[in-house]
Design a protein around this ligand. Sequence first.
Ligand code: ADP
Ligand code: GLC
Length: 489
Amino acid sequence: MKRLKIAFVASEAHPFVKTGGLADVAYSLPKSLAEAGHEVVLFLPRYYKVDRVRFECVPVGGPLGVPLGCTEKWCGVLMSRAIPGVRTIFIEHDSYFGRDGLYDDGYSAFSDNAERFTFFNRAVLQACMALGFDPDIIHCNDWQTALIPIYIKTLYRFSRFFKKTKSVMTIHNIGYQGVFDKNEIHWSQLGWESYNEDCLKFYDMINFMKGGILWSDAITTVSEKYAVEIQTPEFGYDLSGILLKRKKQLFGITNGVDYGCWDPATDEMIPVKYSSSKMHGKVLCKEYLQFEFGLKVNPDIPLMATVSRLTHQKGIDVLVQSLSDLALRTDFQFVILGTGDQHLIDAFNVLKGSYPDRIGVYWGYSNPLAHKIEAAADIYLMPSRYEPCGLNQMYSLHYGTIPVVRATGGLDDTVVQWNGESKTGTGFKFTDIDRDALSHSVLDALNLYADRPDWEIIRKNAMKFRLPWETAVAEYEKVYSSIISAIPC
Ligand code: ADP
Ligand code: GLC
């Protein structure tokens, strides 16, 4: 396809700053689009955590004026080449982004999030103009970037930089929408005329995600099933009606896996590398992790694991209940790496207190440890209430770590239920989000683990799974083409 100019806008990206899977996508997708021949500029806030020296950030141009509320604020514009083939542009403004935390202080959301991200959205458009970058596509991600599609069709409509620009809104998680007091609308300069049902109004508040969905030229979600799910009240978090209205412009494109980062054959973060034809390394990775977590070092005991944000979405409450039941019935070890809700941490700490040599916990964020866990574990548990895509189940498959997942969103799309007769399938799925349903599936996995020949087969099946980013890029290109060639209404 024709080489496009793509502005990719996100609120986090690996390797600069990451709280979840969005950061993985905002690294791999722009990189893969660039590899496919497009000119890609990635825009990010320059949080305090982004190391200017390590990523060789250099200022481009002078200070940039950003209209905001009834005034103008100034920001720095920095560039890094850390992502191959992509220019990463950082918007730097210390009073908005020079603090610990991206969206919250660890307990509650920052009270000025509407102001901070309105500023960021506006700054991105101002920076495009200052850099002389007139994108064919502005690709926005989640609520933190969702005002941009509105701006393109209102305040920037007559700018020569955005005359031909089309916008795409990718929903990574509709559970987070950027809902604020209606008076926060004044930061945007969109005026009270935008406070209506066809734009930002949401009950008596404003909703950034709603605006992005209604005003973008195309909407995508990060798996096919999630695109269908969010059109129902159960998964749509009050936006299902609006998504139904726009269903012709709504596309589900499953995220890919960056095998440059997540491959046990080349992974520098794991103690011993391995591949499907040379699995001994996986045993050593397991022994290493058992030792690190103070568990009994014994490769025959099944080791289960989870790496996750500890939130309601991820079903961690159900996980801890199920593990408490299972611990009374069968022998296993379990390791968890996570950050999030304190009551979930407390619940796991109690479980660990009861089974110190069977349960291992690490409360914090550690990418190297996430890799070590993927390599070491036999079984990966992901009992999400909803999961727009989910990356860890796909990493697990490639590491020969059998996923047990709830059949929702991307988990359902990417894991195939094991069938003992045909010896097909890559993992285990359950439907009801309750402790018994999860325990049942886990027991199925543990039983299969005890049956060595079949376990080898499921592991081989899993390790064959491949979903490279090139597949998703081809789908995004189709969406981009369709909106570029669409006749404006
Ligand atoms: P989500 O974006 O909803 O959190 P995903 O499965 O899409 O879920 O992506 C989560 C990403 O964040 C994965 O790359 C996972 O390894 C990583 N991750 C989550 N929690 C941690 C943690 N505590 N330490 C290191 N990596 C983590
Ligand atoms: C969100 C979703 C997750 C998805 C990720 C990347 O954080 O919760 O399911 O994999 O975004 O798209």
